[in-house]
Design a binder for this molecule. Structure first.
Ligand code: GAP
Length: 551
């Protein structure tokens, strides 16, 4: 909102105006008449703004009725491209199916998601450490892990239209051509791991795989990590990194890509203590929307129940699994995801991976339906055992509690795709106001830009200088943005669309009062704040220590 002086027949009249968007155009709209003198106008404008803030007056901007908007995957992809989140890779050459480039805003969001995950799972805990393993490793790793043998598809060619593609071995019997519906001819097994040559001279080089999951490096390096970090059972090892799968049909934007990132944990316990979860999951009233293997087999609906009930009814077999489901869901909820869009689904007998004894997926209600977001598998001793046998190197460690040397078991492997997580936060944040303007309600912790700083008018050198100083000060700590182009309303709208939670504007009063306005993206509400307090206040707003309404 801003004050405008109009001269009518030689006399001054003051008005309170605001920039709004109508039919895609930014227009200035008069909100109130403020009197005939500047002093009177400033006083009335202040009172007016205060009333809006106190909720005594209906806000005329329409920004109070912000609602989450359901969009399709294609709409999300278009929005992401338009606003600099994600592009099809090298689009000038036609792209490459299943590969994506993250733009200036998207790469920030992706990084913030990974940082938030790492902070929650590694830095904030005593029992988990992180590693960063190689993307290309000794091929024996993938032979031993079972990926070469079990992680296979079947290459097929359509008898009618000659379309060549791959199908999952378990689906071969019922599969038809995805182009013309024709009958398929099998061309043998296909390993969906990308291969490459290691070594510069062709005849001396050897074939290697690009890793299809990050997890294996945790197993191969297990003894070193446990020893270096002096880990005592139960403990976890975490990793974030790229994985590659030559997917049969990459589709649905980032959902099924050929290059993606995973955030994975292998959580190890003593195999004799599987029932014994010291994290108290048993007595927990945390609510889960459960879709067990039995419910699926009986064609029943999923059911909401507490962890306590799910454990008592033996729907979830192990407290450790309940604990990890709660831990992972809580991470999403704390970062602003909508709990109504989540459920947990148990793998049925036929779909469990070659290494797993029990797997629960956290599913999300994507625009394409309920789909896997995160797998939480009980991998048992499968991997450590296999690497121990193949390498002839002991993977056993001393369990201090029992005083015995044991081979630990992986009671839970929370394995989450960064890109699917990215989509979840985008979909739950995507909102519009009455004028169909997009307001991306990302949690400030993961928002790509934490604050945008503007001078109200760029012609006023003093306002520009103050705004630039605020900007310089804040960028020491966060990714912030300075913008002086276009109307103030347009600048707010631009930032609302990319999820910037706070806009800080210097105006005439900033010069004498050494303050600025701070605006809340989700309500449009504005408050004045001393410039000397901005950094500290922003820190508290981002961390959630204080709420905007209590400023
Ligand atoms: N280490 C276990 C593992 O890799 P997974 O279920 O194959 O298990 C774990 O993958 C997670 O990785 C999935 O829940 C999903 O979030 C992500 N993911 C898997 N394949 C993907 C793909 N092609 N594109 C994007 N994300 C994928």
């Amino acid at each position: 909102m801003f004050i405008v002086k109009k001269e009518i027949k030689g006399k001054d009249y003051y008005y309170l105006r605001e920039s709004i968007r109508e039919d895609g155009k930014v227009k200035a709209k008069t909100i109130a008449y403020l009197g005939k003198t500047k002093k009177e106008a400033e006083k009335k404008a202040k009172e007016f703004k205060q009333k809006i803030e106190e909720g005594n007056m209906e806000e005329k901007t329409g920004k109070k009725t912000i609602e989450n908007k359901k969009i399709t995957i294609d709409e999300l992809a278009n929005f992401c491209k338009r606003k600099g989140f994600v592009y099809p890779t090298a689009e000038i050459y036609g792209g490459l199916a299943g590969f994506w480039d993250f733009g200036p805003i998207g790469s920030e969001l992706k990084k913030n998601i990974k940082d938030a995950w790492w902070k929650y799972h590694v830095h904030a805990r005593d029992d988990i450490v992180g590693i960063d393993g190689a993307i290309i490793t000794n091929p024996k790793v993938w032979e031993t892990s079972g990926h070469v043998e079990n992680f296979t598809d079947v290459a097929v060619v359509c008898k009618k239209c000659k379309n060549k593609f791959k199908v999952d071995e378990s689906e071969l019997k019922d599969a038809v051509c995805d182009k013309c519906g024709g009958e398929l001819e099998s061309k043998g097994k296909f390993v969906p791991m990308f291969t490459t040559q290691v070594g510069p001279i062709e005849e001396d080089s050897s074939m290697a795989y690009l890793r299809p999951e990050t997890a294996q490096l945790i197993f191969t390096d297990f003894k070193l990590i446990q020893d270096n970090a002096r880990l005592k059972l139960p403990f976890g090892i975490a990793q974030i990194g790229k994985s590659f799968r030559n997917e049969i049909a990459p589709r649905n934007f980032l959902f099924r890509s050929r290059e993606f990132e995973q955030m994975e944990i292998e959580y190890f316990i003593n195999p004799d203590k599987k029932e014994d979860c010291p994290k108290d999951a048993q007595i927990d009233n945390f609510e889960l929307n459960i879709y067990s293997a039995e419910m699926q087999e009986k064609n029943q609906e999923s059911e909401k129940m507490t962890i306590k009930k799910a454990l008592n009814k033996k729907i979830i077999a192990l407290p450790w699994h309940a604990y990890w489901l709660k831990t992972e869901l809580s991470w999403f909820y704390e970062l602003g995801a909508n709990p109504e869009n989540f459920r947990i689904r148990q793998h049925t007998k036929n779909e469990k991976s070659h290494y797993s004894t029990d797997t629960w997926d956290i599913e999300y209600k994507f625009p394409i339906g309920w789909k896997e977001l995160q797998g939480i598998a009980d991998r048992g001793t499968y991997d450590l055992n296999a690497h121990q046998e193949k390498s002839q190197k002991s993977m056993e460690i001393m369990d201090d509690a029992s005083g015995e040397k044991i081979l630990p078991t992986v009671v839970a492997e929370p394995s989450l795709g960064v890109e699917r997580t990215f989509m979840v936060f985008m979909l739950d944040a995507y909102s519009t106001n009455e004028k169909e303007e997009v307001i991306l309600k990302l949690n400030p912790k993961i928002a790509p830009i934490k604050a945008a700083i503007f001078p109200l008018v760029k012609k006023d050198k003093k306002l520009v200088e103050i705004a630039k100083n605020i900007y310089k000060n804040l960028r020491e700590e966060w990714n912030v943005l300075y913008d002086q182009s276009g109307s103030i309303g347009r600048r707010y709208a631009r930032n609302d669309e990319i999820g910037t939670p706070f806009c800080i504007t210097t105006d005439e009063d900033s010069i004498k009062n050494k303050d600025a306005t701070i605006r809340n993206r989700d309500t449009g509400e504005q408050k004045r704040i001393k410039i000397s307090e901005i950094k500290d206040t922003l820190r508290k707003l981002i961390s959630g220590e204080i709420e905007f309404k209590n400023l």
